[in-house]
Design a protein around this ligand. Structure first.
Ligand SMILES: Cc1cc2nc3c(=O)[nH]c(=O)nc-3n(C[C@H](O)[C@H](O)[C@H](O)COP(=O)(O)O)c2cc1C
Length: 197
């Protein structure tokens, strides 16, 4: 069965070895569009994206982001727009604001993967640094940088092997699973374990 969405979900990995080659703006537009279509609590969409392709700005962003191990050709910053949050009368402590950052980022990374681009999220960065570099207004807080580039397929990515699969992450019906349910889920294991998650 041809399942392109499932295939993309299963084969997307963070890729940090990237070629020094720009990304077409049209492709980046597709990635941003995927971010826009992400699921959002209450359909409030409290986010604002800043897309960066200028090589000098990317270098400076990297300098204020200790967790950015890749040298991306583009970065999309996902911000929370606190003016929109206030307009929607959402509490500033509402955790769904941050969940929405994750859903947008995941959609963008899956879209990039489908388009043949590599991607990787970065949250280890100086908020003040990113604010200053991108001249962000006060009502936008930088929450996640998503890096994009063309993958350097000549370099093997380092992966930590782990025995994690959906079966050992899941209990059925109520915690803990009844023994009969565990046996049932073990039967499914062979076909569904993702390589090295
Ligand atoms: C919320 C979040 C923050 C992350 N922050 C960073 C980061 O600062 N730097 C980095 O290199 N990777 C970061 N990652 C990527 C993870 O390290 C990566 O997703 C994980 O190792 C699993 O790899 P995979 O996505 O290829 O399966 C982050 C991922 C998430 C979900």
């Amino acid at each position: 069965m041809n399942q392109p969405v499932l295939d993309a979900i299963r084969t997307r990995r963070v890729v940090r070895s990237l070629l020094d080659r720009p990304i077409d703006r049209e492709l980046l537009g597709c990635v941003l569009d995927a971010g826009r279509w992400a699921t959002s609590a209450g359909n409030r969409r409290p986010h604002r994206f800043v897309a960066v392709q200028d090589p000098l700005t990317l270098r400076v962003l990297r300098a204020v982001s200790p967790g950015m191990f890749q040298r991306p050709s583009a970065v999309i910053l996902i911000c929370i727009d606190w003016d929109r949050v206030a307009q929607n009368q959402v509490s500033r402590n509402d955790k769904t604001l941050y969940m929405d950052v994750g859903t947008s980022a995941q959609n963008m990374m899956l879209a990039a993967h489908a388009l043949g681009l590599a991607s990787g999220p970065v949250t280890s960065f100086s908020k003040e640094g990113v604010q200053a570099v991108l001249n962000l207004p006060k009502h936008l807080s930088p929450e996640m940088l998503v890096c994009f580039g063309h993958p350097d397929t000549a370099v093997a990515e380092k992966r930590t092997p782990r025995k994690l699969n959906w079966q050992n992450m899941t209990d059925w019906e109520r915690f803990p699973s009844a023994p009969s349910q565990v046996i049932e889920s073990k039967r499914d294991e062979s076909g569904s374990e993702r390589e090295n998650p």
